[in-house]
Design a protein around this ligand. Structure first.
Ligand code: CMP
Length: 140
């Protein structure tokens, strides 16, 4: 299995409820290694740029408002098939549709305040990791 890296974001609804450690525990228990991590408060410009792919979607404005409503924790996760593994541990975008035992099923408040983000492909992971981290900040 290929060792990969993926970008994870612990979103403002989770940091507000002091769930950072619980989310990290789920990730580590699943075999993912946190090889970079920092806590940030995204600016509107950063949130708009990070989610630019969604800018025509009706929820874009609300998404940017939510993602700038409090601190986030951005992380690089490393492991075998890390992109798919992280998506499995996160569960479906909509917590109502997420499988039992997933982060979103157990912690998310809504489809918007859904506690975590994870890259959806290795190509996007590489770009999203570069968005937040320089090479020297990632220590595997
Ligand atoms: P995320 O994985 O961070 O990618 C885009 C985000 O948009 C998604 O998680 C949700 O938090 C948010 N979002 C809000 N409304 C919707 C929606 N109707 N469909 C998909 N994503 C949504």
């Amino acid at each position: 299995m290929a060792t990969e890296r993926t970008l994870s974001i612990i979103k403002p609804d989770a940091t507000r409820r002091n769930l950072t450690g619980k989310v990290v525990d789920r990730l580590e228990t699943a075999g993912l290694r946190v090889v970079a991590q920092k806590r940030l408060w995204l600016s509107q410009k950063q949130a708009e740029a990070f989610y630019a792919v969604h800018k025509e979607r009706p929820f874009f404005g609300d998404l940017v408002k939510f993602m700038t409503s409090g601190p986030v924790v951005v992380q690089v996760l490393e492991g075998a098939n890390a992109v798919a593994k992280n998506r499995e541990v996160m569960g479906a975008t909509d917590p109502k549709k997420a499988a039992p035992g997933t982060i979103r099923k157990d912690f998310a408040e809504s489809i918007e305040a859904n506690s975590v983000h994870g890259s959806d492909s290795p190509e996007n992971a590489a770009n999203e990791i570069k968005f937040f981290f320089s090479d020297t900040e990632i220590v595997g």
